[in-house]
Design a protein around this ligand. Structure first.
Ligand SMILES: *[C@@H]1O[C@H](CO)[C@@H](O)[C@H](O)[C@H]1NC(C)=O
Ligand SMILES: *[C@@H]1O[C@H](CO)[C@@H](O)[C@H](O)[C@H]1NC(C)=O
Ligand SMILES: *[C@@H]1O[C@H](CO)[C@@H](O)[C@H](O)[C@H]1NC(C)=O
Ligand SMILES: *[C@@H]1O[C@H](CO)[C@@H](O)[C@H](O)[C@H]1NC(C)=O
Ligand SMILES: *[C@@H]1O[C@H](CO)[C@@H](O)[C@H](O)[C@H]1NC(C)=O
Ligand SMILES: *[C@@H]1O[C@H](CO)[C@@H](O)[C@H](O)[C@H]1NC(C)=O
Length: 386
C-alpha cells in the first residue's frame, strides 16, 4: 500500500512538471520573495505567489533571537519543479484538502458516491484516493499578488470549471497579515459559480526549535481541545465514525510530548506516527483549539480558528531513500548539509472533517456555491514560555 502511494506521488511529480511550461507565460515571477514584518517587528515572514506559499517564518525564542520555524526550500525553484518529492511545504491546499475516497463524490452527497446524485471523478494521486485537490492542486499553481503592504499580502487564484474534474469555477483569495505581539492572521475566502465541494487548508510544517537543539519531537509538547477524532482505515480513509480519544495515544486534552507518543500510534498501514484529524470540542472559540511548544527553544504557538477540526501530521515518511529524495534543510535550519529527518516536524492543518462529501453521517455541509461563499480564518499567536 505504501508502494502504491509512492507510485502515485512519483506520478504526481511528473504531472506537476508538465504544467510548468504554461506558467512561464506569466509576466510576474511567482517565485519572487515578498518580505513582511509586523509593525512592532515581533514576527517576520517571506512569501511567494507560487502556491501562495510561506517560505520562512521568524519568531523570537526564549533568548530573544529570531528562528525560522517553518520547513521549506531556500531555492525557490524547487517549489515549482517539485524535484524534492512534493512535500507540500507551506502552500494553500485546495480545492479539497486531504483525501476523497476513490476520487469520487456525488452532488447531493451520498455514502461512497453510491447515491443517485450527479457523479464526479477526480484523478487519484494516493492509495484509492485523491489527495490535496488532485494532481495539480492549489499548491502547484501560480497565484496572483493582488495587494501588498509592509505587513500584509493578498494572493488570488481562479480555479476554472472542470479543472481536476471539479464542477464550477472557484475564485479564492488568501490574506496573510503579521500583527503586533507575534500574531499571524490568515484569512481565506472562496466563491464558486456552481455547487462544488470546498475544503481549504494551510500546510505549514513547524519545527519550533529550527533544528538547533534536537532533531526529534521529544521536547515538542502539544495540547488539542478534542475528545474525538475521525476513525480511518489503513489507507487513512474515514469510515464515517468519530471515535473517542479516551484511553488512546491520541488523547492530547492534557499536554503531552509528541515525540514520546509517536512510537505508540500508527498513521495507516506500514507507517508509524501521527496523521489524524481531531474534531474540536469548542470550535470557533477565542480559546486556542491547539497549542504547540518546545521546552528547548521556549517558543509557544497558540492556534485559534473558525475550522471544526485539525489534521496533525508528524512528518512521517517525509522521504524514502531512493524514491523520494532527501531534502536539504534551509541554511537558517542548519542546512544544506543537514537534511529534514522523518518525524522531526509537525504539520498543523486547520480544516473541516476529512471526506465528509462521502460520509453524510458526519452532517457537515461542504458544498459551496453562488449563494454560499466559503471562509477560513486562523490566527497563530506566538509567545515565549516563562
Ligand atoms: C535551484 O533549483 C533549480 C531546479 O532544480 C536548479 O536548476 C538551480 O540550479 C538551483 N539553483 C541553485 C542556486 O542551486
Ligand atoms: C470508484 O470509482 C469508479 C469510477 O467512478 C467506479 O467505477 C467504481 O465503482 C468506484 N469504486 C468504488 C469502490 O466505489
Ligand atoms: C463505504 O466504504 C467503506 C470502506 O470501504 C465500507 O466499509 C462501507 O461498507 C461502504 N459503504 C457503502 C454504503 O458502500
Ligand atoms: C470505524 O472504525 C472504528 C475504528 O476502527 C470502529 O470503532 C468503528 O466501529 C468503525 N465504524 C464503522 C461504521 O465501520
Ligand atoms: C521511537 O522509535 C525510534 C526508532 O525505533 C527510536 O529511535 C526512538 O528512540 C523511539 N522514541 C522513543 C521516545 O521511545
Ligand atoms: C523515513 O520513513 C520511511 C517510511 O517509514 C522509511 O522507509 C525511511 O527509511 C525513513 N527514512 C529515514 C532516514 O529514516
Amino acid at each position: 500500500m505504501v508502494l502504491k502511494q509512492i507510485t502515485a506521488l512519483v506520478f504526481a511529480v511528473l504531472s506537476v512538471n508538465a504544467t510548468i511550461a504554461i506558467s512561464t507565460h506569466r509576466t510576474d515571477d511567482p517565485l519572487t520573495t515578498i518580505a513582511l514584518a509586523a509593525p512592532d517587528g515581533s514576527i517576520k515572514a517571506n512569501f511567494i505567489a507560487w502556491g501562495a506559499t510561506t517560505t520562512n517564518l521568524w519568531v523570537k525564542d526564549k533568548h530573544g533571537s529570531f528562528r525560522d520555524i517553518l520547513l521549506g526550500f531556500d531555492n525557490h525553484s524547487l517549489y515549482q519543479t517539485q524535484e524534492d518529492g512534493h512535500p507540500y511545504f507551506a502552500p494553500v491546499i485546495g480545492r479539497y484538502a486531504n483525501r476523497i475516497r476513490n476520487g469520487t463524490f456525488t452532488i447531493p452527497i451520498s455514502k461512497n458516491a453510491s447515491g443517485p446524485g450527479q457523479k464526479y471523478q477526480i484523478p487519484e494521486n494516493a492509495a484509492d484516493a485523491t489527495l490535496h485537490g488532485g494532481i495539480v492542486g492549489y499548491d502547484a499553481r501560480p497565484w496572483t499578488t493582488l495587494k501588498q503592504s509592509s505587513n500584509s499580502v493578498t494572493f488570488s487564484l481562479v480555479d476554472p470549471d472542470g479543472d481536476q474534474g471539479f464542477p464550477g469555477t472557484v475564485t479564492t483569495e488568501v490574506t496573510y497579515t503579521l500583527d503586533v505581539k507575534s500574531t499571524w492572521k490568515i484569512h481565506m475566502h472562496s466563491v464558486a459559480t456552481e455547487p462544488t465541494p470546498i475544503m481549504l487548508t494551510n500546510h505549514h510544517y513547524f519545527n519550533l526549535e529550527a533544528y538547533q537543539e534536537s532533531q526529534d519531537l521529544n521536547s515538542h509538547f502539544i495540547q488539542i481541545d478534542a475528545s474525538r477524532f475521525v476513525a480511518t482505515n489503513g489507507e487513512l480513509l474515514p469510515n464515517g465514525t468519530l471515535t473517542s480519544v479516551e484511553g488512546t495515544t491520541l488523547d492530547f486534552r492534557k499536554a503531552k510530548s509528541l515525540g514520546e507518543a509517536i512510537n505508540n500510534t500508527v498513521c495507516g498501514t506500514g507507517c508509524s506516527g501521527f496523521d489524524n484529524d481531531w474534531v474540536y470540542d469548542t470550535p470557533n472559540s477565542n480559546k486556542p483549539g491547539l497549542s504547540l511548544w518546545s521546552t528547548n527553544s521556549g517558543i509557544k504557538l497558540d492556534v485559534t480558528t473558525n475550522q471544526i477540526a485539525t489534521q496533525v501530521y508528524s512528518c512521517n515518511a517525509l522521504f524514502f531513500p531512493g524514491i523520494i529524495p532527501v531534502i536539504p534543510r534551509k541554511v537558517d535550519q542548519g542546512g544544506p548539509d543537514e537534511v529534514y529527518e522523518n518525524q522531526s516536524c509537525v504539520a498543523l492543518e486547520q480544516q473541516s472533517i476529512i471526506d465528509a462529501i462521502n460520509n453524510p453521517e458526519f452532517g457537515v455541509n461542504q458544498i459551496y456555491g453562488p449563494n454560499r461563499p466559503y471562509t477560513w480564518e486562523t490566527t497563530y499567536t506566538f509567545s515565549v514560555l516563562n
